[in-house]
Design a protein around this ligand. Structure first.
Ligand code: SME
Length: 154
């Protein structure tokens, strides 16, 4: 099966898995599990936008949510790293080689390429989906296209 066929088969499964449940964390957890198991990524998880209590003027920060894979950084500032950049730009960031991305936050030295997709509610980014690969050049416009189809489903 091609990657595109895998996404075409897995997306309806994810949508039906989350359609009967209203709890955000439970749905994030199952979405991450399906993607991680299907594609064998190195790390798959969500960071949620939360208010920054130390500095309420700031737009907030990202805090680690449901994930699969090794332990990860818990907090990421707005506009920092790949995740904070995707949040600030409100658009997907595909990174073929993390070592060439200025300001990349290395939670694991084994991560080599990455995609971060912002998730929206009422037009606002409320979380980002971050997927890491242990190989270079894993993610392309196919991953972007299908992962973005999930971005308003939670
Ligand atoms: N690399 C991310 C940090 C999160 S970990 O990859 C799980 C970044 O630069 O934002």
């Amino acid at each position: 099966m091609t990657k595109e066929e895998q996404y075409q088969s897995v997306l309806p499964q994810i949508k039906s898995l989350i359609s009967g449940e209203t709890d955000l964390i439970a749905n994030m957890a199952n979405m991450v599990a399906v993607l991680h198991e299907t594609f064998g990524f190195w790390w798959t998880g969500f960071y949620r936008v939360v208010p920054n209590t130390n500095d309420p003027v700031q737009p907030g920060e990202l805090v680690l949510g449901p994930f699969q894979g090794p332990i990860a950084c818990t907090r990421i500032p707005y506009n920092k790293g790949v995740c904070g950049t995707a949040w600030a730009k409100q658009s997907t960031v595909v990174v073929p080689d993390v070592h060439l991305f200025p300001g990349h936050i290395a939670c694991s030295s084994l991560s080599k390429s990455e995609i971060v997709v912002p998730f929206f509610k009422d037009g606002q980014v409320f979380a980002v989906l971050d997927i890491d690969s242990a190989e270079l050049n894993t993610f392309d416009e196919i991953d972007q296209k299908y992962l973005e189809l999930l971005a308003d489903s939670l």
